[in-house]
Every structure is written in C-alpha cells, then in structure tokens.
Design a protein around this ligand. Structure first.
Ligand code: NAD
Ligand code: MN
Length: 348
C-alpha cells in the first residue's frame, strides 16, 4: 500500500468533536504508516431528521469500494421509537459484516514499568442476539405484550469464538472466559457456549489453541467479579448484548468511557469506534475526551498490521494520562478537547 484510505463517519453529537482528533493522530505518524487519505461520510440521527435517511447508500458504497478502513464517531438513537429510523451503526456492522466488536480495557499504571491493574479485552459478537431487532407488540388477554427474538447461530458463535481464541493466543496470559447465561437460557446461550468451546477441535485447527486456557462464567456473576477482581480476566467473549453491557461496565474501572476504544472487525474490513455514545450532555462545550477516539485509530492500525504506528499513538496517550496535566473534566482535568489533542500530537 502506498496510501491508506480512511472513511470518516463522525455521526452525531461529540462524534464530530472527537473524530478530528483521531485524524490528527494518524497524520502525526508520518512515514510509519502509508500516507493517510480521508473521505468524509455521512450517517446519523441528525442526518435522518434533515433528510429522512440515517445511512445513505453512498456511505456504504464508498466504504465498500474505496476505503481500506474507517473511523466511526457516535450516533444518537432516541429511546422512543421514531418511525423509519434505525441505528446506522447496527446497520453498518451488518452490511460490512463486521462480526466482532473488540474492546480492550486497559488502565494506565502510574509507573510505566508497572503492570496495569486492569488489562482485558471484551470480544463482543456484533451481528445477532437481540440486535436482530425483531420485536413485536401485541394485545393479549391482560393488555400489551412485547416480544423480541434473540438469535444465536452456530456460524456467528464459531467465528466470534475463533476471533477470541486468536486474540487470546496473541496475549501473554492466553486466557479466555466465555460469558453466558445458559443456566437460564440453555438453548440460545447453550449453543453459544458449546460452539465457542468447540473451536479448538474444529477441523484445520490442529492444536493451534492448545495453549489457551478456557474458563466460563455466568454473565451476572462475571460483572460482580469484574468489579471486585478485574485482574482475573484476560479475554472475555460474549454474545452481543452481554458484551455491550460488560464493556461499558469495564470502562468504569479505568476512569471514563472517554478512554475506551474499540474496533468493529470482519475478515475484510475494520472500523475503529470509541465505545462511548454521542454524549449530548457535554455537546458543544469543547470538553469531550478525545482519547477513546485516538486510541480507536491506533487499534484500527493494529488490526491492519501497522503495529509501530499503533504503538506510537498508544504510548503518547499513556504519557498524557500518566502525567495528568492536560486532561478533560471526565478525568478530573481542566483542559479542553483541543489542548488534549495538541498534547498527544506533540508526543507522537
Ligand atoms: P454516552 O456514552 O453518550 O454518555 C454517557 C456518559 O459518559 C455521559 O455523561 C457523557 O457525558 C460521558 N461521556 C461519554 N463519552 C465521553 C467523552 N468522550 N468525554 C467525556 N465524557 C464522555 O451514553 P448515553 O448518554 O447513554 O447516550 C447518549 C446517546 O448516544 C444516545 O442517543 C445513545 O443512543 C447514543 N449511543 C451511541 C453509541 C454508538 O454510536 N455506538 C453508543 C452508546 C450510546
Ligand atoms: Mn454500548
């Protein structure tokens, strides 16, 4: 590659304030990565209210045909139902077959030589579970009744399982915890658990994952233990909804949602995305923490194999956090988004 074409989808709210930060970090890397070229793409609730479309065909086409990777900010989704609106991030993950959401949650130790107290990766299945969004409302004998379909397939569980084993294999501890609730949901979560457990004995694997230690845990007690002894976890693999909740919860362990990055990954494409949402409560104040977005750019590079560039970004972010002088208010600081970005870029 001589250039790296990056689709930028800022979306709504602070998505628009933090995506430029990721762009600045990529530009600061110079020749450690192929020359980045950016293309701005539309999506989001604000776009929907203006045009009636939340995810234009053109955005999908450019991503599929022209881009090597992408960065997504956040979109607002109203909690009430809005006719014709459906979350573009959920649709994008499906359309681009980005079947895994990978979310590393790592604390920054005060001393660079010390081990971080929290160092785990949540690997969330990204295409099914309750997110197939097949809900229905009917009137029963005693009033309204709402139902939702929760789909778990062997195929999706197998490929997310394989991704989780691969990630575990690449980490020092090589430990994988399967998160489920098959004591209650024995058919759906049972299929997820059994399929992930079966990955090491799939044809063609040939003992590759023998070094990975596998544990499992019921989701509610997993959250309890996550808060009391986060150091027991290395890689956690979970169906979509549990994975969503666990990774937001894990973010609390490291100080702020504004620190935690993710990538949506498939076999052919990768899209970085901060874990946080559009944060309407701090919108327009210039205080959104850009570090999750910047780290998402690093994580995207890591998935593409540009380890050196990714390391340089992560090191710069760690230094800024460790020094503690230029931080946004969510981390107890007094600085704005722009000052934090400048500080990170200077160190890259
Ligand atoms: P949120 O993540 O937007 O905010 C939760 C809290 O964390 C807020 O107090 C917010 O100010 C703070 N916060 C989040 N990111 C921050 C940052 N970078 N810097 C400083 N503080 C930060 O979650 P929410 O309030 O539940 O949702 C708001 C909107 O975002 C909703 O419309 C929701 O649907 C949407 N959302 C989108 C995504 C996504 O696009 N993937 C994810 C979650 C929520
Ligand atoms: Mn979430």
């Amino acid at each position: 590659r001589t250039s790296l074409k990056v689709g930028l989808i800022p979306g709504d709210g602070i998505g628009r304030e933090v995506i430029p930060a990721a762009k600045a970090a990529l530009l600061a890397l110079g020749s450690d990565i192929p020359k980045p070229e950016f293309v701005d793409l539309l999506a989001g609730f604000e776009l929907f209210t203006r045009t009636g479309t939340a995810l234009p065909e053109e955005t999908i086409r450019v991503l599929e045909e022209e881009c090597d990777c992408a960065l997504f900010g956040a979109v607002s989704s109203p909690t009430r139902r809005v006719a014709g609106y459906s979350s573009p991030i959920v649709a994008l993950r499906k359309k681009l077959d980005l079947y895994a959401n990978v979310r590393p949650v790592v604390s920054v130790a005060a001393n660079p030589e010390d081990k971080p107290s929290v160092d785990l990766v949540v690997v969330r299945e990204n295409t099914e579970c309750l997110y197939v969004k097949q809900e229905e409302l009917t009137i029963g004998e005693h009033g309204k009744e709402a139902r939702a379909i929760r789909l778990i397939t062997e195929r999706a569980s197998r490929r997310i399982g394989q991704m989780a084993f691969e990630i575990a294999l690449g980490r020092p501890r090589k430990h994988l915890t399967i998160i489920h609730k098959s004591n209650v949901l024995s058919t759906t979560d049972g299929l997820f658990r059994e399929t992930v457990r079966g990955v090491p004995s799939l044809p063609g694997v040939n003992g590759k994952y023998d070094g990975v230690e596998v544990a499992e845990q019921i989701v509610d007690s997993a959250v309890y233990r996550l808060f009391r002894e986060p150091q027991i976890y290395d890689v956690m693999v979970a169906p979509n909804l549990y994975g969503d909740i666990i990774s937001d919860a894990a973010a609390a362990l490291v100080g702020s949602l504004g620190l935690v990055p993710s990538v949506n990954a498939g076999d052919k494409f990768v899209m970085g995305e901060p874990v946080h949402g559009s944060a309407p409560d701090i919108l327009g104040q210039g205080i959104a923490n850009p570090l999750a977005s910047i780290r998402s750019a690093a994580l995207m590079l890591r998935h593409l194999g540009y380890t050196k560039g990714a390391d340089r970004i992560d090191k710069a972010v760690d230094e800024v956090i460790r020094e503690g002088k230029v931080l946004t208010p969510d981390l107890g600081g007094k600085s704005g988004t722009k000052e934090v970005v400048d500080e990170v870029v200077k160190r890259i």
